[in-house]
Design a protein around this ligand. Structure first.
Ligand code: ADP
Ligand code: MG
Length: 756
């Protein structure tokens, strides 16, 4: 009979703090395959210590244990691991089962962990279950079995592993006599092909089956009796281990499946941390831009609309239609105003709200009131900014009634169809460039209505008018209707080649003519002025120079403003696109994104709002700083919480790792299993968090919507990576803990003893 296992003078001490407790002392024993050994003794005598030393779970301090003739005293951690995997099946008093998995899965997994492929494992599992009388319970959850059945399942799992040494530490401790007998029968069966060592405090129940009884007393072998002949075993069993990469993945899945509630809590927890990181880091990112904490200064850009972006070509040239198409098509761009210049120019149209009439009674020469009324106008607070029909706007979707304007005296208004046909006076004033209180008066008619926000939408011709600066620095506008000019007009029969000008220009012209002609001239001054030709040159092109004659005075108060006939206007201002356009974006939050896209396309662009906010509001600035601090601290807290909770949660699984290790799971695999599980929880948690965030958006929860606006896709990816990194970092810690606690190194223990 070949000797399978030999212990020579084995001693084992437990050191806890300063005290040293003796576990085993100079134990010498030898075992062969086919033996069924009962280890008996009082409680605390050292039975479990012996079983665990033999199982390679506890290292010994002195003596020598030889297995199949090979000494083990020099073994390091990897050697012990291989030993446990290849030589030992261990059954403890508490059932070594995966409670959340089915009975069948419990056995199959034990086989797969020994390296068997799953199809063969399934076949073998049926056979083993049949042997332990559990085939009928195959699909039941292991947790639902009775305690006897659980222990039988635990034995089935141990039997599934073809290891030559099977050690059972009080396997019947929790069972009634009937179930105990069944277990002992199974172990006796197992002893037909291997060495079975069973620790028990009740020798009577095993007496009929065992081949040998070893009695331990205070760590010493008190007696070693041979009771009957052991079985003949032809060749010792061996584990044919094939380690494949899929095994760690399989283990991870098995572990998650075996404790569904634990896994579910972990998943929720990861979703929670992903969501919390999103909220805190997101709020941080949203508050990086400090524009909101500043006061807007209108001196550079009167229009402080935060959604406006002004775009120019880098060479300053006109933006052509193709440029407009590209810019309009950009993501997050809602509207495009072809004449960006207009969006800083104010207009006033509501009497007694935007502008105020002043009625002054007239008197005759004697000072008696004549009842006549003279009118002057004061402009109110600038509030509205000019806008034309947005570029490329689909008429159908823009208008709710009427038609689009065809010239600068027609507008689309916000309101219902009853507005169509309304005539109104619009006063336009460039508060930044013109003298205070000066304006151009436009009498417009509403030709269309829209449900768009904003009050009046002008024809793009208005943009051309404001861009048409002559070389004299004067603005020109076409004359369409002279009704409102009649009072102030100098009479004349034709407008051909003539212009109307404002009072100031008229004065200027008058002075020029007066100086040229001399005081003595007896020709009427009005006559003279009307004969005088003024050259106007546009766009540095001398060929476009045309001569215009002064014709009359219009009633706008802006000094540098002349009016010409429409045909003349068309001639001197060809189709213009302007060299500055204004985009309206969905939300200020998208400013950086849109600006970047525009830069990438090779244009220059600015956010007037951002440039206009220069001075910090101390209260808002302090609030923002506090928010930034809180966000960082909260994100850090989430980070730490995740590490601590994960470590604690995996700490709860130590027993399970131990039982898997008994079945042959190696340390490396266990570590990888931890990694896979954490990766799975991270991915699952992130998906869940995305779902929650989407739902919050659907519900319109303001804070979430606000944060999302500020997060570019690459930032979201960064958040995911940070969340993942937290998991991976913790996984290193957990892996180290699992390795330390579940797979102790023999050398470590020996070092301890040497120090002592
Ligand atoms: P049995 O299994 O026979 O009841 P054990 O082998 O568990 O006994 O214990 C033998 C002796 O070793 C006991 O005195 C016990 O207190 C001690 N012992 C067991 N495990 C440890 C441990 N981890 N640390 C310190 N002492 C231990
Ligand atoms: Mg014990």
């Amino acid at each position: 009979m070949s000797e399978l296992l030999k212990l020579e003078n084995i001693s084992k001490y437990y050191t806890s703090g300063q005290s040293v407790v003796m576990g085993l002392q100079n134990v010498s024993l030898s075992f062969s395959a086919g033996e069924f050994v009962a280890v008996t003794g009082e409680s605390g005598s050292g039975k479990s210590t012996l079983a665990k030393v033999i199982a390679g779970i506890l290292p010994y301090e002195s003596g020598e244990m030889t297995v199949e003739g090979k000494p083990t005293s020099h073994y390091g951690q990897p050697d012990w691991e291989l030993y446990r995997c290849g030589r030992i099946s261990f059954i403890s008093q508490s059932y070594d089962i995966l409670p959340g998995c089915s009975v069948f899965k419990n056995v199959v997994s034990a086989l797969v962990l020994t390296g068997m492929e799953s199809a063969r494992a399934a076949e073998a599992a049926e056979e083993i279950l049949n042997r332990v009388d559990l085939l009928g319970q195959k699909n039941r959850k292991a947790a639902k079995l009775s305690s006897g059945q659980k222990q039988r399942l635990s034995i089935a799992r141990a039997l599934a592993k073809p290891a030559p040494i099977l050690i059972a530490d009080e396997p019947t401790g929790n069972l009634d006599p009937e179930n105990s007998a069944k277990i002992i029968g199974l172990l006796a069966d197992a002893a037909k092909e291997r060495l079975v060592i069973m620790v028990t405090h009740d020798f009577e129940e095993v007496k009929a089956h065992v081949t040998r009884q070893i009695c331990i007393r205070e760590g010493v072998v008190a007696s070693d009796l041979c009771l009957r002949q052991e079985c003949e075993v032809a060749a010792p069993m061996s584990v044919d281990r094939k380690e494949n990469r899929g095994l760690s993945f399989y283990t991870a899945w098995l572990q998650m499946e075996s404790r569904p509630i634990w896994s579910f809590i972990m998943l929720l927890f990861f979703a929670l941390t992903a969501f919390a990181m999103f909220v805190f880091l997101g709020t941080f990112v949203a508050n990086v831009d400090d524009s909101f904490t500043r006061l807007y200064d209108t001196s550079a850009f009167p229009n402080g609309d935060s959604r406006r972006i002004v775009v120019m070509r880098q060479d300053g040239e006109e933006l052509l239609q193709e440029d407009l198409e590209v810019l309009k098509g950009l993501e997050n761009v809602v509207e495009l105003e072809r004449f960006g210049l207009l969006s800083d120019i104010n207009y006033y149209y509501r009497e007694d709200q935007d502008y105020f009439y002043h009625y002054i009674p007239k008197h005759d020469q004697a000072g008696n009131p004549t009842g006549e009324i003279e009118i002057t106008i004061t402009l109110g607070e600038p509030e509205l900014f000019l806008r034309t029909i947005p570029y490329g706007m689909d008429t159908e979707s823009f208008l709710t009634g009427g038609r689009l304007p065809e010239n600068m005296y027609e507008v689309v208004a916000h309101g219902d169809e009853s507005l169509i046909g309304t005539k109104m006076q619009v006063l336009v004033s460039d508060n930044k460039k013109w003298a205070p209180g000066s304006y151009i008066r436009l009498n417009v008619t509403v030709v269309g209505v829209t449900d768009r926000e904003g009050n009046l939408f002008f024809d793009s011709q208005l943009g051309r008018v404001f861009m048409s600066e002559t070389e004299l620095g004067r603005l020109i506008a076409p004359v369409y209707s002279l009704d409102f000019l009649e009072d102030l007009m100098i009479e004349g029969d034709s407008l051909e080649g003539r212009f109307l000008c404002s009072q100031g220009i008229y004065q200027e012209i008058w002075t020029i003519v007066w100086l040229e002609q001399g005081r003595d001239s007896d020709i009427s001054m009005n006559q003279l002025i009307r004969e005088k030709e003024f050259p106007f040159c546009y766009y540095e092109d001398p060929d476009q120079k045309i001569m215009l004659k002064a014709y009359g005075v219009h009633n706008s108060t802006y000094i540098n403003f002349i009016m010409v006939e429409p045909e003349v206007f068309e001639r001197i201002t060809p189709e213009l696109f302007g060299n500055e356009i204004a985009l309206t974006i969905k939300d200020y939050a998208y400013t950086d994104r849109v600006l970047q896209k525009i830069y990438d396309l090779g244009y220059s662009a600015i956010s007037p709002y951002r440039l206009g906010t220069t001075k910090q509001d101390p209260k808002l600035a302090a609030e923002r700083l506090a928010t930034l601090k809180i966000c960082i601290l909260a994100a850090l807290a989430v980070f730490l919480l995740q590490i601590v909770v994960m470590r604690a949660m995996f700490g709860m699984e130590e027993e399970e790792f131990r039982l898997l290790a008994n079945l042959g799971l190696r340390c490396r695999m266990a570590k990888r299993s931890v990694l896979w599980q954490i990766l799975a929880f991270t991915a699952g948690g992130q998906i869940l968090a995305v779902a929650v965030i989407s739902f919050c958006c659907y519900l319109g929860i303001e804070r979430i919507v606000f944060i999302l606006k500020y997060l570019q896709p690459n930032v979201i990816v960064l958040f995911m990576i940070i969340h993942l990194a937290t998991g991976l970092l913790t996984s290193l810690w957990i892996q180290a803990a699992v390795a330390r606690q579940v797979f102790p190194s023999g050398l470590q223990y020996r070092d301890l003893k040497m120090n002592a």
